[in-house]
Design a protein around this ligand. Sequence first.
Ligand code: 5AD
Ligand code: SF4
Length: 473
Amino acid sequence: MDKAIDKFTVPAEELNKQKEYTELVSTVLKSRFTEGKPKAFVHTYGCQGNVADGEKLKGLLYSMGFEFCLSPEHADLVLYNTCAIREHAEDRVFGNVGALKPIKKKNPDMIIALCGCMTQQQTVADKLKESYPFVDIVFGTHVAHRLPEFVYRSLCLGKRVFETADSDGNIVEGLPIKRDGTFRAWVPVMYGCNNFCSYCIVPYVRGRERSRDFDTVVEEVRGLVADGYKEINLLGQNVNSYNKNLPEEKQFPALLRAINDIDGDFIIRFMTSHPRDCTHELIEAMAQCKKVAKHLHLPVQSGNDRVLKEMNRHYSREKYLSLIDYAYELMPELSITSDIIVGFPGETYEEFCDTLSLVERVKYTSLFTFIFSPRKGTKAYDMDDPVSRKEKGVWFKELTDLQEKIAGERTARMKGRSYRVLVEEKAKTEGFLSGRTQGNVIIEFEGDESLIGSFADVKVTNPRTWIVYGELV
Ligand code: 5AD
Ligand code: SF4
């Protein structure tokens, strides 16, 4: 095994210890719950990386003997897997945790556990310790694999558990996974982030960049495809730095090619790509690999060079646009999406207008737009921020209006054309199904439920801005 991987890999002895805790908990639960299994309610907030973590936490709980329920009211254990990316995300979690207090009053044996990016921050862990005495277990991102031990300490020893030590992070292979879907799978290829964009909390709560072993990832995907999964989502904060210290044949474009070579009918998506490390090789691999969805999520954050510099993004508007031009040259039908922050500290209206003109130039399919949210501990937290929230709200609306116009123009061009879509679920309208094109556009059409989880060809008849309507071909 590669040395860099070895440094982060959690040793087998540690995992075996956790298996012993799993057995202990399982025995205790069997003796306490003689009629039916104990129930866990697990809720994940935030990004797909967190969702993938949530599936492992559920895998661990399942091994301990829990089954899952859909609301905290009926749960014997509640686990909130939290997100810290913006203040709003944290406020929601605190609100939802507060709402558990009366439920726990009725069911004092219920265990309440919190984990994820929020709890990795010492200030949050301290607040929970002092002001939320009904919370039993709080653990950070770096020790999530020790959940069996934490449940044991709470359930069998009656102790409150706080485990949030900082660390560079680790890689844990071989944990049980209880996947939420049967046709769409999340596959992390790397963890952590080294970029330290000046507004972002992620590098502080997720540790340093570390990549999973190339063959392990390929084998995991092979297994998923054999199990019938149709959409493989490769995840990382910055997939372009996957194995960046290893030879090219182990880096991300090579990984895409190796997965593309796996036999079977499935599509490959990936996120997120950082423009700083997005290379022509990656774009070429995308263009050449038939199974790779022609969708590139390339967060620009701002269209102004001064703001980009202050954000510590390490690319210019020009470099970003040249990547976009190359990608469109190789894949004229490519769908591009992005993340944008409005109202970064010190950003002027003129600078914001550079973002508008970039959006107009790139013609994104859709955008994830955010008003800057100060995160304690990041560099931007201490920067002067003279523009009011209200003013930022006006700019924000200007951006979303522009994107709405562009999205509408793009979807209008889809009329009369057929797309291969992965059918995902029943739509709100009776008798309709909902799926997504390769380019990540939602498409709804009449069809039988049995199509869910398979590919269908759909002709667009009535494109609207955010949803296009069509009919089965
Ligand atoms: N404020 C607003 N948006 C943020 N993001 C990350 N940190 C912040 C913050 N402090 C956005 C970025 C990133 C996305 C996942 O969240 O646009 O790409
Ligand atoms: Fe945050 Fe930047 Fe890392 Fe993305 S690349 S997780 S925005 S620090």
